[in-house]
Write a protein that binds this ligand. Sequence first.
Ligand SMILES: *Cc1c(COP(=O)(O)O)cnc(C)c1O
Length: 436
Amino acid sequence: MIELNTKKSEAFMERARKVAPGGVHSPVRGFRGVGGTPRFIASAKGAQLTDVDGNSYIDYCMSWGPLLFGHQDPEIAEVVREALTRGWSYGAAEPLSLELAEFMTHEIACLEKVRFVNSGTEAVMSALRVARAATGRPKILKFEGCYHGHVDSMLVKAGSGLAEMASPDSAGVSASVAAETIVVPLNDPQALEAAFELHGKEIAAIIVEPIPANNGLLLQNADFLPSLFRVAKKYGSLVIFDEVITGFRVALGGMAERTGLTPDLVTYGKIIGGGFPVGAYGGRAELMDQVAPAGPVYQAGTLSANPIAMSAGLAMLKKIKRENPYPVLESRTRELAASLEKALPGVQIQTDASLFWPIFAPLSSKKKVRTPADFPEGQKEQYSKLFHFLLSKGIYLPPSGYEVSFLSTAHDTASIQALVRGFEEFHQAHPLQKAP
Ligand SMILES: *Cc1c(COP(=O)(O)O)cnc(C)c1O
């Protein structure tokens, strides 16, 4: 394996560790999941990252999802440059957020009103508050393996029995906050029904990633999402789709559009800002009118709906509407997945839309991974080996075996072939399974 020169990244990391926890500002960036020194990135364009030592990588992490059209999409860049000439924060009503809100409520059937915030976490936190206010109930039901940002009540894990309340999954989350969350396994209608039998009248909302994509890509049975609506309806609870990844990734209207289901509330992040910090939550007008200043649910933001992020978001969504990139992205992802499985026997690629996730399970097993309980043994170790092998060949996958990769329209045939070749070469260097 050729060793890249990473001296500058190493030196930056040594300095960074002294002034930031673990040297980074979001945990997975620290490479704890794969080992080694994180690359400090100096610039990015299209599908390419360049680090401070001058190494270039084809990027399949893509800032964790926002960059559907790749880094520095020229259309977004131009709109943002132009917006900068008019000021970058007014702290007052302005027409850009109006235009974006009109665009979204027009395009997305389940969205009657929307409020912009600065991150996915904020969107989720606010939507949960609205759900509690609207129902007058305290509890939220979430699924084990779904991630909803770092709001306290979502940093929880399942208790040992069904009747058991969730417990904190992070230091600093109080047991009393965790006790307001109920955690059930994915893909298990009986567990869901049982949790509602016990707590139904206290459950304000079910929150779900309609494609769970933060703990690997956990593929659900077709009836999973509809079953949530049936149960919620029976007990008078709301359903919140956390579309921070799936929103504008699987369709302009996200999974709500693709499935034809109508969640009461929806949260967005990632693509909606085109790479700038934006989040949003919205849904039925009657629910959103609970939010201040229209209603009693307080939620505010100094930099919310700032004109730079709003301009970027608008440019992004308009380009999506004009170009409809989904059919091409999806067929490329499917082809890529098939080629990768061929290139590296012993690996299975789970995919949906333009998301893909390699799992290290023999192809012969062909069992889908649907919950964290299905994770194959050795996933972390094998993925780390693959990650570093590819990194040395100029390919940057997400630095964790439990994070999904993202395809963008900037990934051309050459970058896709490079990934397939990387898998082939990995197979030659580290065969996982004897060829049949
Ligand atoms: C990324 C993500 C979040 C958190 O968004 P941030 O902008 O990182 O706060 C919440 N929910 C889902 C489904 C996500 O993928």
